[in-house]
Design a protein around this ligand. Structure first.
Ligand SMILES: C[S@@+](CC[C@H](N)C(=O)[O-])C[C@H]1O[C@@H](n2cnc3c(N)ncnc32)[C@H](O)[C@@H]1O
Length: 233
């Protein structure tokens, strides 16, 4: 492992807003902050939004700068990438940002019913051969329903036309899910200049744009499908 990566891993341990849990700590077990992120980490009752596969956390940071009354958590398995997001949030003194290093397969160990208001999925691996590993497959959406509020919005940005088409079909075929936006080319000039779908460009997005790829976007709502917090039901 390179020295730079080792240095970042060491520094990751010092960030108060970066949470790392080993597989054994959360496999079929709840993380100690499950249900308590707003209260214990952010110290408020503001809505909570996740970015899944956040890499360096461009969306987490950009949306947090823009919406100070919303809490954001970026999630990824790669510590060296999360270091960038955590470092920037510290340097800028952003109080409404945190990061979790974990596998998204274990996400239900981190969040309780109705704890999360929205999800951004930014340039996930398209997993052309393994449908169940796609972050927008039914298997993953079922997991998200366990912690999303009713009518939560899920945003997908991807350069993969096949993942875009696949996700659209999953949403359309799922009674109760509502497709809100479906855009096969976000830079076709039809969006408002301050729309975060086009103003925030992630590390991977810039590379895909240089390769001349179209960037697609889907927004959909979970309707009434979420498993609501029993206290709120
Ligand atoms: C193609 S990169 C995109 C990163 C960032 N969103 C961007 O647009 O620059 C996909 C990211 O998802 C993360 N990832 C993929 N599968 C994951 C999983 N099962 N759990 C956690 N992170 C995952 C990878 O570590 C990687 O950082």
């Amino acid at each position: 492992m390179g020295k730079d990566k080792l240095r970042r891993f060491e520094e990751n341990k010092t960030f108060p807003n970066l949470f790392q849990a080993s597989y054994d700590e959360v496999f079929q077990k709840d993380h100690p902050l499950k249900g308590l992120w707003k209260q214990k980490v952010f110290g408020n009752e503001n809505p909570l939004v996740l970015e899944l596969g956040c890499g360096k956390g461009e969306y987490t940071l950009a949306l947090a700068r823009r919406n100070r009354e919303v809490n954001y958590i970026g999630i990824d398995i790669k510590g060296a990438r999360l270091w960038r997001g955590a470092k920037t949030s510290q340097q800028e003194g952003l109080k409404n940002v945190a990061f979790i290093r974990t596998r998204i397969e274990l996400i239900e160990s981190f969040f309780a019913p109705s704890e999360v208001n929205a999800v951004w999925i930014t340039f996930p691996d398209p997993q052309p051969r393994k449908e169940n590993k796609r972050l927008t497959s039914a298997r993953f959406l079922e997991r998200y329903l366990n912690f999303l509020v009713p009518h939560a919005q899920i945003h997908l940005k991807t350069d993969s036309r096949s993942l875009y088409d696949f996700t659209r079909e999953v949403v359309r075929g799922w009674p109760g899910m509502i497709l809100l936006e479906s855009d096969p080319d976000i830079y076709n000039g039809k969006r408002m200049p301050d729309d975060p779908v086009i103003t925030v460009r992630t590390f991977y997005e810039k590379q895909f744009l240089e390769q001349g790829k179209a960037i697609t976007y889907l927004k959909f709502s979970t309707g009434n499908l979420s498993r609501v917090n029993p206290e709120e039901a």
